[in-house]
Structure formats: structure tokens, C-alpha cells
Design a protein around this ligand. Structure first.
Ligand code: ADP
Ligand code: TRP
Length: 344
């Protein structure tokens, strides 16, 4: 019996932030641990997606390995055969399937993707790559190759997930065969992951913006690699407000609300509990110091765990998963190749 597949990928285009950690890595690792009895878990690093916009290619290989080590440091078991950890480019079927799907994808539907519009709007035409344009097709291949049903992603990715469903249905209809498993719609995904209110850690300097590893200024961004001192300073200088009363109010007090959220995450406790403790506190400096101390302690501990990760065990896991995935993905690719008339 094959198990239903839960699949997700996290790009390795820069150092990871505490937003990535608490918003994506930790929940995925927890889910992998909890659900691997009933589901196949695919966690992969979309290394081919990393340079749809320019990056430092000298860093990519190490960055990718480092992300895999971060998963291990966050508690991902490496000895579980139902959990697969792999790099996209090590399974060539991703690229091969993308070409075929490209030929069934309209220029119009790619041009309507908001991520494409956002990321291309400031650049001159010749500097916007075709890769950025058809990013969602590669993402559809990532998902469809493994017959994934469940795909936990942030809300900025839901349009890509809907496209994946569209192209899967289109191909199944066109060839009148069940070539692809259609992943669940976003609403059902949210219900499955109980993620109605996805976490969104905000930038410390501008708390109306998401904290992002791709932001130009890193004043408001805490990276997992930051020293405890640097992280402490960033939090102490976080933008707040002049209401002088700690409260959770994302409209009028986005900075303070964000610090409450961050503190809850590092303590691994519900926001309500944190709020009970600090609500009404008047001296923001004191509150910030508590958050800064606890984030600094979290980073020190996480960095120690990361240093303790057995790099060669992670690399063996990658190689083992990649071999298994080449096998699984190859079978799906073959179904499509046969339908398209490339194979008999
Ligand atoms: P970034 O904006 O840091 O480049 P990505 O867009 O590559 O991050 O997102 C990677 C994953 O991390 C996604 O699942 C996203 O939901 C999660 N994530 C990114 N930033 C945050 C944040 N500030 N708060 C919560 N989750 C986040
Ligand atoms: N596009 C996703 C992001 O930017 C990463 C990604 C690539 C992904 N392929 C995927 C996520 C397949 C889930 C499934 O966050």
C-alpha cells in the first residue's frame, strides 16, 4: 500500500531567518515526525528555483547543504524511511517534466501570477529571466512527480498551488488518463494542516512588512546565523509605537505585536499565555530586553545543535533519498512521456 504524500520545499537563496524557522521549518519537521506513520513525507530543497533571480552561485552548493543540516538540527529524523530529504536538481525528472508541462502552459496564465508580477515589475525586460516567468511550472513538476496530495505552503504560494491543480487536471483530461494525482485545493489544505492563521513574523525595523531573507536591509531581520549579540541589538532597536502599553494589536501596535509573537515562538507557548504575562507593561525597553535575551538564548542553543549535526549523516540521507526519488519520479515522468508520444 502506498501512503498519501505530504510534500514541501524551502528555497535556499540566502541565510534562513527566524521567520523561516518558526513559520516553515519547525512546523514541517514536527509534522514529519508526527505523521510519517500514515504518510510519505517529502522535504526537498528546490535548488533549481534558487536562481530565478540573480544569486551568488559560489554559495549555492554549501547553502543547500546547510539547509539540509538546519532541518536535522531542528529535529528531523534521518533514519526514517518514510521521510525523504532531497535536492531538486539531483532528480533530473523535475527539469524534464517541466519542459513537457511548459508546452501545455499558457503565456497568459504565467503572466498573471502575482509573484511574477511583483518580482519583475522593477526590472528591465531583459533582466527578467524566463526562469522567473515559468517558476510555477517547475513547482508543479515538484509536486506532481510524487503524486503529492498535501502541500503545506505559505499564502504567497497558493496561486502556484492552484496552477498545479489546473495543469494536472488539464493533462489528465487531454490524454483521458489518470496521469497525475491532483493535490487538494488550498482550503482543504488549510483544514488538513489546521493552518487558518499561518504565522507571519514581521520585519523588526518595518513591522508592516514580512521578515524576509530576501530583504535588502538586514536591520530588521534576525538570521539563524546571527550572533547572539547582533540579534540582541536588532531586537533592542525594533520599531515600536508611543502608546506605552504592551498589547496585541497588529493595526495600531504592529511592532509590539510582532515581539509578542516572536517571544511566544521561542518559548513554544500560545500567544495568549505570553500576552497574559506582559499585557499592559509600560516600559517597552524592559519588554524588549526580555524578548532580546530569549531570542539570543534560542540562537545560541540552535547554533550549538547545528554544530552538533553529523554532516556526513545528512549527506548520506540526501543520497539515499535522491536515489529513491529518482525511481519514484521516473515512473511518473514515464506516464507523461508515454501519453505525450515520447515513449511507447
Ligand atoms: P523569504 O521571504 O524569507 O525569502 P520564502 O518566501 O522563501 O521566504 O518562504 C519560505 C517559507 O518560509 C515559506 O513557507 C514561508 O511561509 C515561510 N516564511 C518566510 N518568512 C516568514 C515569516 N516572516 N514568518 C513566517 N513564515 C515565514
Ligand atoms: N515556491 C516555494 C517558495 O518560494 C518553494 C517551492 C518550490 C515549493 N517547489 C515547491 C513549495 C513545491 C512546495 C512544493 O516558498
Amino acid at each position: 500500500m502506498t501512503k498519501p504524500v505530504i510534500l514541501t520545499g524551502l528555497r535556499a537563496n540566502n541565510n534562513l531567518t527566524i521567520g523561516n524557522y518558526f513559520g516553515a521549518i519547525e512546523p514541517i519537521v514536527r509534522m514529519a515526525r508526527d505523521k510519517s506513520v500514515d504518510y510519505q513525507i517529502n522535504m526537498f530543497i528546490p535548488d533549481l528555483h534558487s536562481f530565478t533571480t540573480p544569486i551568488d552561485h559560489g554559495e549555492l552548493y554549501e547553502q543547500t547543504l546547510n539547509n539540509a543540516r538546519v532541518y536535522a538540527a531542528a529535529g528531523l529524523p534521518l533514519d526514517n524511511n518514510d521521510i525523504h530529504l532531497y535536492r531538486q536538481s539531483f532528480v533530473p525528472a523535475h527539469s524534464e517534466m517541466t519542459w513537457i508541462l511548459d508546452c501545455f502552459t499558457g503565456i497568459g496564465e504565467m503572466g498573471r501570477m502575482t509573484q511574477f508580477k511583483d518580482k519583475s515589475s522593477n526590472a528591465q525586460d531583459d533582466r527578467v529571466s524566463v526562469g522567473l516567468f515559468n517558476y510555477p511550472v517547475l513547482m508543479a513538476s515538484d509536486i506532481l512527480l510524487y503524486d503529492a496530495t498535501y502541500v503545506p505552503v505559505g499564502d504567497d504560494q497558493t496561486q502556484h498551488l492552484e496552477f498545479t491543480r489546473d495543469i494536472a487536471e488539464r493533462i489528465n483530461q487531454q490524454f483521458d488518463q489518470n496521469i497525475f494525482t491532483v493535490p487538494l485545493a488550498t482550503k482543504e489544505q488549510l483544514a488538513f494542516f489546521d493552518a487558518e492563521h499561518g504565522l507571519r513574523i514581521m520585519d523588526l525595523a518595518d513591522p508592516t512588512k514580512k521578515m524576509s531573507k530576501s530583504t535588502e536591509s538586514d536591520r530588521g531581520v534576525v538570521f539563524l546565523t546571527d550572533s547572539a549579540e547582533d540579534a540582541h541589538k536588532k531586537i533592542m532597536s525594533a520599531t515600536t509605537d508611543n502608546l506605552a502599553s504592551v498589547a496585541y494589536d497588529t493595526t495600531n501596535q504592529p511592532g509590539i505585536s510582532n515581539l509578542l509573537e516572536i517571544l511566544s515562538q521561542v518559548r513554544n507557548q500560545p500567544l495568549g499565555t505570553t500576552l497574559l504575562e506582559f499585557q499592559g507593561m509600560e516600559r517597552y525597553g524592559d519588554f524588549k530586553r526580555i524578548v532580546a535575551d530569549e531570542v539570543a538564548a534560542f540562537l545560541t542553543q540552535f547554533q550549538a545543535q547545528l554544530a552538533f549535526v553529523d554532516g556526513s549523516a545528512v549527506e548520506s540521507k540526501l543520497l539515499k533519498s535522491e536515489a529513491a526519488m529518482r525511481d519514484q519520479a521516473g515512473k511518473t515522468l514515464y506516464r507523461l512521456q508515454a501519453a505525450a508520444g515520447l515513449r511507447k
